[in-house]
Write a protein that binds this ligand. Structure first.
Ligand SMILES: [Fe+2]
Length: 132
């Protein structure tokens, strides 16, 4: 899913997921599982790539994916706005965090309502995958 303007320039966040094993084998030559995940943690067969320029991404939502995910900020800067699930509101608080190049966020997007905003002039590129 990508939004482009009349000049065919990327206008908002573009999301691609890849489940083609041939493409994954090439893509995964360029990254490995984040070092802090347990050795027996497995990545999903699907990689996600998010690209976009300054401004908001999707509106506040929950995802319906199988597992929690890690999302590595490859380029640019993005702020995550997170709201706890209703059953956790007594002990959890809304929060936001800005990730920059080299940062990785671990999040269960099935549980935490979330939206993101790309900050600054630089294009944002994020790579991620589900894990268990
Ligand atoms: Fe999401």
């Amino acid at each position: 899913m990508c939004g482009v303007d009349v000049n065919n320039e990327l206008k908002s966040t573009c999301i691609r997921s890849n489940c083609n094993p041939d493409i994954s084998s090439v893509l995964r030559q360029h990254y490995s599982k984040p070092y802090f995940l347990p050795d027996d943690s497995e990545l999903s067969a699907i990689d996600w790539i998010f690209m976009g320029y300054q401004g908001p991404g999707a509106s506040m939502h929950l995802d319906y994916v199988r597992r929690p995910s890690w999302q590595a900020q490859i380029k640019g800067r993005k702020t995550w706005y997170l709201l706890p699930p209703p059953e956790c509101e007594d002990v959890c608080i809304p929060m936001n965090i800005t990730v920059q190049r080299g940062d990785i966020i671990l999040i269960d997007t099935n549980q935490w309502y979330h939206t993101t905003v790309i900050e600054g002039e630089e294009m944002s590129v994020t790579l991620g995958s589900e894990y268990d």
